[in-house]
Design a protein around this ligand. Structure first.
Ligand code: SAM
Length: 374
């Protein structure tokens, strides 16, 4: 199969990091846009991207881009694409999508047109009036933006942030992709001590452990594309071998603390599921008493935001106390704090050296970075 185009949607603010990761995975034609990154890929690259990417939300194969301002143009544009190269006779092909600032506004109507066009093409190619759709899932996605239609196939199933290690039902957890991005932005390389004093379910510390080990985040889960005929299992095995060959096996000092014993219990069990329990420690601890004596280190953390009025006041008290604690650390410590609280810097007591806008789901946050003095 020829070179394909992939599109990687990302959380807003993470496009540059995802693009950098793709380049490091040796992909070419990498181009970041708002909320997504495009790149060229061979079929063998797809498992490599799915296993290795830390900051992308999913990976989709772009099958075509064309303009359509009415249903006929949508139907013809979709029918003209070479679906038989990607979807076998029995393949299931549900359709979902979205439309923004376009003449074709009704998403359900577009879904049904796309479905009919794909069925017409495959039916003609396979000589079938009704397609059984009893085989592997090939989720079709379309986006229509200012009348430009992009038609894609989702390779993932559950999003890439679902690494397979996190317990369900935890309050306010951070997305794994965002946690990985925070660790990467702190320039943590596995050498200095790494601490998250508000660790909750442990996401930041676990992502730090995966990064320190250079362990591919997708190794503990499966993807829908594993069942596709044109991505044979030897490609997945080669990608897994390549990823495992790149792992490091050093000693790492990664610590997470939380005042809530239940959160600590969950963090520990998540670390076991992520296979990093031998390099992360979790303890019940009050972040306002956090201290370390080592001259260098990283704190990367996500304290409570205090979304409601009363909680907001409590959050401010906590930031004040935590600010004092952080000022007691040796000067080589770099501190990154993610918060949506508008008064964070004032209550923490220091203006950040760097500030970066990030989104925790729909919630707009800032990553306040204090770079320390060497
Ligand atoms: C926004 S959550 C962190 C979520 C975490 N990043 C995750 O992915 O699960 C904030 C955490 O701070 C903890 N916390 C609140 N006050 C604390 C304190 N004084 N010391 C330590 N942890 C505290 C809460 O129990 C909660 O788990």
């Amino acid at each position: 199969m020829d070179t394909l185009q992939l599109v990687i949607p990302t959380l807003f603010g993470l496009e540059g990091l995802a693009a950098e990761e793709l380049r490091r995975l040796d992909l070419s034609g990498v181009a970041a846009e708002n909320g997504r990154v495009f790149c060229s890929a061979s079929p063998a690259d797809i498992p490599r991207v799915l296993l290795g990417l830390r900051t992308g939300e999913r990976a989709l194969v772009v099958l075509g881009r064309f303009y359509a301002a009415d249903f006929d143009a949508l139907f013809e544009g979709v029918r003209a694409l070479p679906w038989e190269r990607f979807i076998p006779k029995g393949g299931a092909f549900p359709v979902k999508g979205h439309s923004l600032n376009s003449a074709l506004r009704s998403v359900p109507a577009c879904q049904s047109i796309v479905k009919k066009a794909v069925a017409a093409r495959l039916g003609a190619k396979y000589g079938l009036e009704t397609l059984p759709e009893d085989g592997a899932l090939h989720q079709i996605q379309f986006s229509i933006l200012k009348d430009e239609v992009t038609v894609m196939l989702d390779t993932c199933g559950p999003g890439l942030h679902k690494r397979g290690y996190r317990a369900v039902g935890v309050a306010a957890p951070l997305r794994e992709t965002l946690a990985a991005a925070m660790v990467m932005l702190s320039k943590y390389r596995g050498r200095d001590p790494f601490c998250d004093p508000f660790c909750g379910s442990g996401t930041i510390a676990i992502e730090a452990a995966l990064i320190a080990r250079n362990r591919a985040p997708g190794l503990n889960r499966s993807f829908t594309a594993q069942k596709w005929d044109w991505l044979p299992s030897k490609l997945w095995m080669a990608a897994a071998d390549e990823a495992m060959d790149k792992e490091f096996h050093g000693d790492y000092d990664i610590w997470g603390g939380d005042i809530d014993p239940y959160a600590v219990e969950i963090a520990r069990s998540n670390a076991v599921k992520a296979d990093v329990e031998d390099c992360v420690r979790f303890e019940v601890a009050d972040a306002t008493r956090f201290h370390r004596d080592e001259p260098y280190g990283r704190v990367v953390t996500n304290p409570p935001y205090g979304e409601r009025i009363m909680e907001k006041k409590e959050a401010e008290e906590l930031y004040r106390a935590f600010g004092q604690t952080v000022r007691g650390l040796p000067q080589g410590w770099k501190v990154s704090v993610l918060s949506s609280h508008t008064e964070f810097e004032r209550t923490f007591g220091r203006t950040a050296d760097k500030r970066r806008k990030l989104y925790n789901g729909m919630l707009k946050c800032d990553l306040f970075q204090y770079t320390g003095k060497k």
